[in-house]
Design a protein. Structure first.
Ligand SMILES: CC(C)(COP(=O)(O)OP(=O)(O)OC[C@H]1O[C@@H](n2cnc3c(N)ncnc32)[C@H](O)[C@@H]1OP(=O)(O)O)[C@@H](O)C(=O)NCCC(=O)NCCS
Length: 187
């Protein structure tokens, strides 16, 4: 049976597996790209804010996650210092990609200081668990008094675009590369 619980250190490998496999077998990244994804879109959250990360658990194994940074400025300061400098070691032009990956979250940081990533293994998708992960995170951030939360996804990621619309996120901006959605948490 699946359930949602707080991230624990023992989930690290499972979370990495989900990060590489949530888009299905045709989209599994090559080794270097996989390391780049973990460095840019995953490890900050589980290493610096595990208290703001939740996993979807099936019999002790992480099969999905929502990982969050509650304050953009704090995230940016640590990301730029510890994670961004490693980007180019994972392939050409990766620094450029990583250095522009969070521009939209920065644009909206006053009203939406928190941001997250959510991913679920294909065999656990479309069972309502993505919605439950988002609700769990929003309830947690509300308790902490965080004003709002945002995220970006690719505008051609139809699954994700529909998911955020269904779960009452507001489309804040959209261009060729990114759609940015937000949700207010406190008034
Ligand atoms: C996006 C994702 C987190 C959604 O989680 P989920 O558990 O599948 O979503 P839920 O079951 O809670 O919500 C289902 C809703 O999401 C949207 N959705 C999910 N999968 C979809 C699909 N394959 N096609 C179209 N819409 C889809 C629909 O609005 C759907 O509602 P419906 O079933 O009434 O049509 C999950 O599909 C996923 O991990 N995808 C791969 C990685 C990814 O794109 N992550 C987000 C990057 S920003």
């Amino acid at each position: 049976m699946v359930s949602i619980r707080k991230y624990e250190e023992k989930d690290r490998e499972g979370v990495h597996f989900v990060n590489h496999n949530s888009d299905g077998p045709e989209e599994v990244p090559d080794y270097q790209t996989g390391l780049f994804y973990l460095n840019t879109f995953c490890n900050y959250y589980i290493e610096h804010e595990p208290e703001n990360c939740f996993v979807l658990d099936d019999d002790g194994r992480a099969v999905g996650y929502i990982i969050c940074a509650e304050n953009f400025d704090r995230f940016k300061e640590i990301f730029d210092r510890e994670y961004l400098p490693r980007s180019d070691s994972y392939g050409e032009d990766r620094y450029e990609w990583a250095s522009t990956a969070y521009l939209r979250q920065e644009d909206f940081k006053e009203e939406y200081p928190a941001h997250f990533h959510v991913d679920i293994l294909p065999e656990y998708q479309r069972m309502g668990m993505g919605g439950k992960l988002v609700d769990t995170l929003c309830a947690h951030l509300k308790q902490k008094g965080v004003k709002g939360v945002c995220l970006t996804c690719g505008p051609r990621n139809e699954r994700a675009m529909k998911f955020y619309e269904k779960h009452k996120f507001t489309l804040l901006s959209i261009d060729h590369d990114d759609a940015c959605f937000g949700k207010k948490i406190t008034d």
